[in-house]
Design a protein around this ligand. Sequence first.
Ligand SMILES: Nc1ncnc2c1ncn2[C@@H]1O[C@H](COP(=O)(O)OP(=O)(O)O)[C@@H](O)[C@H]1O
Ligand SMILES: [Mg+2]
Length: 253
Amino acid sequence: MQRSENLETTKELFPTFQRQVKATAVPRVPTAIPGLDPLLQGGLQRGDFVLLSGGVGAGKTTFSCQFAYNGAMFLNEPAVFATFEEDTESLKRNMMRFGMDLDALEKEGKIRVLDLEILEGQGLGSNMEVLLGALDKIQGKRLVVDSLTAFLTGAKDKFDYRFLMHLVYKTLKREGVMTLMTISKMDLPNAEAGIGVEEFVADGIFQLESYVSESMELKTRFLVRKMRGCDHSRKYHSVAFTQEGVHILPWSA
Ligand SMILES: Nc1ncnc2c1ncn2[C@@H]1O[C@H](COP(=O)(O)OP(=O)(O)O)[C@@H](O)[C@H]1O
Ligand SMILES: [Mg+2]
């Protein structure tokens, strides 16, 4: 059956479902990660909360640092980067290799790098307070937590976690802060990016996946799994590690 005939049938079957769709222009803010914004109709919406999942070495730290750094550097969007995975010194050293001078931006008050490991054992509540306090101080517009998986090890029980996440989610949304949190996950085929707590639903889920190409090379691919309010790309894209960090490119096997 032709597509138009299909549409006609649908109209007959569901006449009350016909409605006029108004094209409303939603202001979107570029992520400023090379190659990503065209896949998201221009970027994210203020207050969006996005999860970035991926296995070891897939590029989560690099990607999320670019989100914070490029926003602060080029778009006048101060950012807080909370690291749980690496200490701040090694993070700064590694990111410097991609030309991201976090120290310089920190001195200008445009970025704040927090090593939350120091707060280990103090509970999730005080960690969240530190994050929100740091955002307040620099009038932050972007927040990165690398990784949520490590961050949550401080959560004693699920209730504690859900309650706090919900609170933070609402606070960040109200203040228009765009948040990116990474999730460490094994690269299993078709594995969901789930974090085991279904109640907490992110606005978007990005996936970085390592795979072995036909030429037996370890490569990385990228997929927008979900992005609320956005007619996003549904294709796999190739990821290149360049001198400036990750670049999202059209698919090539
Ligand atoms: N200077 C560099 N040039 C090119 N690729 C690099 C460089 N440094 C790291 N990489 C690549 O990035 C990967 C690590 O990225 P990272 O963001 O730390 O991943 P994750 O946080 O997901 O573990 C490395 O495994 C390597 O393939
Ligand atoms: Mg990492």
